[in-house]
Structures are given as structure tokens and as C-alpha cells.
Design a protein around this ligand. Structure first.
Ligand code: TRP
Length: 327
């Protein structure tokens, strides 16, 4: 039997370059492996764990799917769909809630962060976020999860649940591991932290044209362009990291030599980097336009994906229910 891979994106706005380099490029590599079966979803049920708009959610979820397809995920080879179309996820999450303590969920750093962000919106759905994520993964018995390091606390919960379910009910859930992909840490253009939709000036959208990319790069902080030691933090370090991610380690080494020698001209670096980023994004934008122009085709892909996902998920759910004495 093939090993399974599961990953997902919350439907809260379109993907940016950080999501693409950090996550979706990794998905593309996994899609090529014939020993793996991959499931990728827009997790719209996770979106409703924090304040959201029911009117815009359907489109926001579809934008994620379009970004996946535009980036090159092939619905013939991988499952691509919306989480809420596969109700087995929610049902399994409820069953999992019987083996997890409230205290364990309340102490998660990710939960505490959200409580700080939305102090008047601390709902049961938010507390249950990690259980639903564990169900997303385990309903496919997926052992590999390509996600950022910030998701490690959630994966630990999924592993604990897998162990408990195996112990208590004789299930054979794998303990899902994070699958690190190249270039997964994508820094902010603003000089500190990682590229994030919520930090203005930190990101490049997958839909940006060359002029916009240039403008965004122009705002990235720099220094005098020369010195004995290459900065390891801040704007310059981040720009060099981008060069490495987009143009390769050799180009980065050349810039580093200039920095320690005759001096680095950031205007040239930024222009060249902008062109390289746009060259990578242009075919994605082209494919995006074809899916935008054909909503029927998109809907078909989503529905077919959901049918394939349910075929796997319903088997796991039935097994869990039987072993738990239900139904
Ligand atoms: N929590 C993840 C995030 O914020 C999204 C997510 C939901 C997910 N379910 C998942 C990621 C299952 C990987 C596997 O990025």
C-alpha cells in the first residue's frame, strides 16, 4: 500500500510567495513520487474557528484551490478538494475529543495566541482546532505532513491521539511526521520574522506583476552594502535568503563576495531578483487565468476530489466507530 500525505491551507486570503515556496512547491515534489498518495485541501472548517464572513468563505476556499491548481497540482494524480465536503473529518474529530483533555488543548501555544488575538471569540471550535487537524490527517492514515515548523505543536497532538486510539481501541494509525521541504522558511521582506499576510510590506502575492514585485522589493531594508561579515539577521540577511531560494546558492555566494569586497549594489540585486521572481510566477498566473475563466471545471475538480477523499475517509471512520462500539 502507498504511504499517504496530507496537507492543507486555511481559507483566509490567497496564497503568497511564502506559501508557494514554503509549502506548495513541496507538494509539487511529493506529487511526482509514485510511492505516495497525496491529499491537499482548503480547510474551510478551520476558517470558522476565528471570526469570518460566511458570504465570502465559498470564494475564499475556491481561491486556495485555484492557487493549488495554478501552481501545478494535478487533480488526476492528487486529491484536491474542500474539507467541509468530506464530513468524515468532523465526525472523527468528535470521536477524538473523547480521548483528549480540555487542559491539554488550553495549554497549547497556538490556542493561547488565538485567545490573545480574539479575546471575545474563544469558542469551542477554536479549542477543538487541533482535534479537527488530527482528524484531517488521520482519517487518511497519513504519515507525512508537509507543513511549517509552527505546526509542530499540532502534529504532536495528532501523534498523541494516534497513540491513544491505537492503545485503547486497537487502531493502526501512523504517528504523523512533519515533512520538511527545501526553502521552507521564507523570510519577511520587512526585515524581521517570516513572510505573512498579516504583516504589510512583508509579502509578495502570487498574482503580483513585475512592477508590483519591484515596488515591494524596493521597500525592503538594506545597509551600506559592504562589510567584513555577512549579516545573519534583518533586511540584508532576508534579501540574500530570497536570492538563494529563487536564484540559487551560487548567486548568493557571488553577492556575498561583493559585500565583502567591492560592495553590493542593492538596486541591481533587487531588479534581478524581481525579474527572477516574476519569471517563476508568470506561468502560475497564466494557469490561474484559465481556471478563473472556467468555474464549472473548477467545481468538477472539487467534487471529484471530494468523492475520492470520501472513499478513503469513510473506511477509516467506519473502522473507528466499530472499534469504539458505535453504530
Ligand atoms: N493548521 C494549519 C495551518 O494553520 C492548517 C491545517 C489544518 C493543516 N489541517 C491540517 C495542515 C492538516 C496540515 C495538515 O497552517
Amino acid at each position: 500500500m502507498k504511504s499517504r500525505v496530507f496537507s492543507a491551507t486555511r481559507a483566509s486570503g490567497r496564497l503568497h510567495l511564502g506559501n508557494y515556496l514554503g509549502a506548495v512547491k513541496g507538494y509539487l515534489a511529493l506529487q511526482e513520487r509514485s510511492d505516495l498518495e497525496c491529499v491537499f485541501m482548503a480547510v474551510d472548517l478551520h476558517t470558522i474557528t476565528t471570526p469570518y464572513d460566511a458570504k465570502t468563505l465559498p470564494q475564499a476556499s475556491r481561491e486556495i484551490i485555484i492557487d493549488y491548481l495554478a501552481a501545478g497540482l494535478d487533480p488526476e494524480r492528487v486529491v484536491v478538494t474542500l474539507q467541509s465536503l468530506v464530513s468524515e473529518h468532523s465526525e472523527l474529530a468528535f470521536l477524538f475529543s473523547s480521548v483528549v483533555s480540555i487542559a491539554r488543548m488550553q495549554h497549547l501555544p497556538t490556542f493561547k495566541d488565538k485567545v490573545k488575538q480574539h479575546p471575545n471569540h474563544v469558542t469551542m471550535a477554536l479549542l477543538n482546532y487541533p482535534l479537527l487537524m488530527a482528524a484531517d490527517i488521520l482519517v487518511y492514515k497519513a504519515g507525512l505532513v508537509p507543513v511549517g515548523i509552527d505546526q509542530e505543536p499540532h502534529l504532536e497532538v495528532a501523534r498523541e491521539i494516534a497513540r491513544k486510539m491505537n492503545e485503547l481501541y486497537g487502531m493502526d494509525f501512523p504517528e504523523p511526521q512533519r515533512f520538511a521541504t527545501r526553502g521552507e522558511y521564507v523570510p519577511s521582506l520587512a526585515g524581521a520574522g517570516k513572510m505573512s499576510k498579516s504583516v504589510e510590506g512583508s509579502y509578495i502575492n502570487l498574482t503580483d506583476d513585475l512592477a508590483t514585485i519591484k515596488k515591494r522589493l524596493a521597500g525592503a531594508p538594506t545597509d551600506s552594502g559592504r562589510g567584513e561579515t555577512i549579516p545573519t539577521q534583518g533586511g540584508v540577511a532576508n534579501l540574500l535568503k530570497f536570492v538563494e531560494l529563487i536564484q540559487g546558492a551560487d548567486r548568493r555566494a557571488e553577492y556575498e563576495a561583493s559585500y565583502q569586497g567591492a560592495g553590493l549594489r542593492y538596486g541591481d540585486l533587487k531588479n534581478e531578483l524581481a525579474a527572477a521572481i516574476f519569471a517563476e510566477l508568470a506561468p502560475i498566473q497564466e494557469r490561474r487565468r484559465t481556471f478563473e475563466a472556467d468555474p464549472k471545471k473548477l467545481e468538477e475538480i472539487i467534487q471529484t476530489g471530494a468523492t475520492k477523499a470520501r472513499a478513503i475517509a469513510s473506511i477509516t471512520l467506519k473502522e473507528v466507530k466499530t472499534k469504539m462500539g458505535l453504530g
